[in-house]
Every structure is written in structure tokens, then in C-alpha cells.
Design a binder for this molecule. Structure first.
Ligand SMILES: NC(=O)c1ccc[n+]([C@@H]2O[C@H](COP(=O)([O-])OP(=O)(O)OC[C@H]3O[C@@H](n4cnc5c(N)ncnc54)[C@H](OP(=O)(O)O)[C@@H]3O)[C@@H](O)[C@H]2O)c1
Length: 227
């Protein structure tokens, strides 16, 4: 039985990861922001539900205390918000803050609290810390400016992880591309179900070792060769 921590798991890919890990018999600790999200996590079989709003540093600051010295085998930062507008208009200050605080600041607040617990995972060999990023954050493969602000946030998240892993050498820290997935964010036209994306991510996370730390990987485990 592994100990799994999922941050931002009340809907979509995160909720599906919670459901699958719990069904596989793992001990799942997951976060939600409100009662409805906590209720969904309870239905999914999650063992411990924490209340965390990643966009609010005061809310994140209690995370290490709530996790109380757990050795974490797999942690996944799933929380994220989208923004579709392209580069023909500037983002408003509010939109910028909302997207960047959730997708980047939240991860940067969470890392120092959770990464040491991941280093203690897998019986002291070091666990895996995944961050759900997006192919839209790949700078060299940017084909248009759709989702401009979102792209910027995921590219920044990728750098946050690629650099932070040097401070936590016993945790395998990777960015994950879940594919285009049918969730509230991905919309109904997306080709992948949340079930299939989460199942692929779980398989991939099992195979990740320290030698992969700092990589940006597709859901099936194949690493991007550009960022
Ligand atoms: N769907 C896709 O095609 C796709 C593709 C590439 C990457 N991704 C990434 O995959 C991740 C999950 O997305 P999804 O498709 O599952 O979207 P989703 O269904 O909209 O779920 C987003 C999740 O993030 C949580 N969240 C948002 N803001 C938060 C905050 N301030 N604090 C804590 N949790 C917060 C939401 O919680 P609430 O219920 O409280 O709002 C929800 O659980 C995101 O990082 C997204 O960028 C998705």
C-alpha cells in the first residue's frame, strides 16, 4: 500500500486519480476547496481530505502540519485553471493573478512543504512528485497564441519544477502532460476520458525513478525532448 497525496483533486483528472488510487488499495490523502469537492472525494474512497486553496498562501501554509510527517510515495499537484484568450488582448490584472497564483504560485508554495515528505517516501528511497502541466506550456512547440496566459503559466510551472528538483535530490520531480481530456477544463470534444488519462498517469508515475527527475513527460511516460 502506497501513500498518495493529491493536491486539487475535487474534480476532473484529480478526482479520477483519487478514485483509482483508492480502488487499488492505496492510502489517499487529497485536497478540496469546498464541501461539494470534499463530498466527491469521500465518495471516491479517499482516506483523508484536507482543505487547501492553492491560490492563497495562508491556506497552503498549513499543509506540512496537516500531513504531519507522512512519508509520501507519490504526490501530484493537479490544481489548475484555464484561460482561453489569445495574444490579441492583454490579460486583465485579475485574470493574470488568478491563473498565475493557481498554476504557479500554488505549486511554489506547495513544493517546500511536500517535497521533503516525498523524499522520505518509498521506504526512504525517495518518492515521486508529479505536477500536472500541459503541452500548451511547451515553448518550442507553441503553434499559436490561443490560451496565451495559460501557456505562460504552465511554462513557468515547468521551470519551477525543473529548478526546484535540485533542492530535493531524493524526490523524482516531473512535469506531466495528461493529454487533452474531457473535463470541465478540457470540454466535451476532448478525445481522452479522465479515466484513461488518470490510468496512464498512474502507470507512468509507478515507473518514474530518480533518473527521470526534472523531465517533462507525456502521460505514457515518454519524455518531451524540448520544453
Ligand atoms: N483537461 C485537459 O485537457 C488538460 C490538458 C492539459 C493539462 N490539464 C491540467 O490538468 C489539471 C487538472 O485539470 P482538469 O482538466 O481536471 O480540470 P478541472 O476539471 O477544471 O479541475 C481543476 C481542479 O483544480 C482545482 N483547483 C482550481 N483552482 C484551485 C485552487 N485555487 N486551489 C485548489 N484547487 C484548485 C479544482 O478545484 P475546485 O473544484 O475547488 O474548483 C479542480 O479540482 C490542471 O492543472 C490542468 O491545467 C488539463
Amino acid at each position: 500500500m502506497s501513500t498518495i497525496v493529491l493536491i486539487g483533486a475535487s474534480r476532473g483528472i484529480g478526482l479520477e486519480l483519487a478514485r483509482q488510487y483508492a480502488a487499488a488499495g492505496d492510502r489517499v490523502i487529497a485536497t478540496a476547496r469546498d464541501d461539494a469537492g470534499a463530498e466527491r472525494l469521500q465518495q471516491a474512497g479517499v482516506h483523508q481530505i484536507l482543505r487547501v486553496d492553492v491560490a492563497k498562501p495562508a491556506s497552503v501554509s498549513g499543509l506540512a502540519w496537516q500531513l504531519d510527517g507522512e512519508a509520501v510515495d507519490v504526490a501530484v499537484y493537479v490544481a489548475g485553471v484555464g484561460h482561453r484568450a489569445d495574444a490579441t488582448s492583454p490579460p486583465t490584472q485579475n485574470d493574470f493573478d488568478h491563473v498565475m497564483h493557481t498554476n504557479v504560485l500554488g505549486a511554489m508554495q506547495v513544493i517546500p512543504q511536500v517535497a521533503p515528505l516525498v523524499e522520505a517516501g518509498r521506504n526512504g528511497q525517495g518518492g515521486v512528485f508529479g505536477f500536472v502541466s500541459s503541452g500548451l506550456g511547451n515553448i518550442t512547440q507553441a503553434a499559436d497564441s490561443d490560451w496565451w496566459l495559460y501557456r505562460v503559466s504552465k511554462a513557468a510551472l515547468n521551470m519551477a519544477v525543473a529548478s526546484a528538483r535540485h533542492s530535493y535530490p531524493r524526490a523524482a520531480m516531473v512535469c506531466l502532460d495528461p493529454g487533452w481530456v474531457r473535463t470541465d477544463m478540457g470540454g466535451p470534444s476532448a478525445p481522452l476520458s479522465a479515466e484513461d488519462s488518470a490510468a496512464a498517469l498512474r502507470r507512468n508515475l509507478t515507473q518514474i525513478t530518480l533518473s527521470s527527475s526534472g523531465q517533462f513527460v507525456h502521460r505514457d511516460g515518454v519524455a518531451y525532448d524540448t520544453w
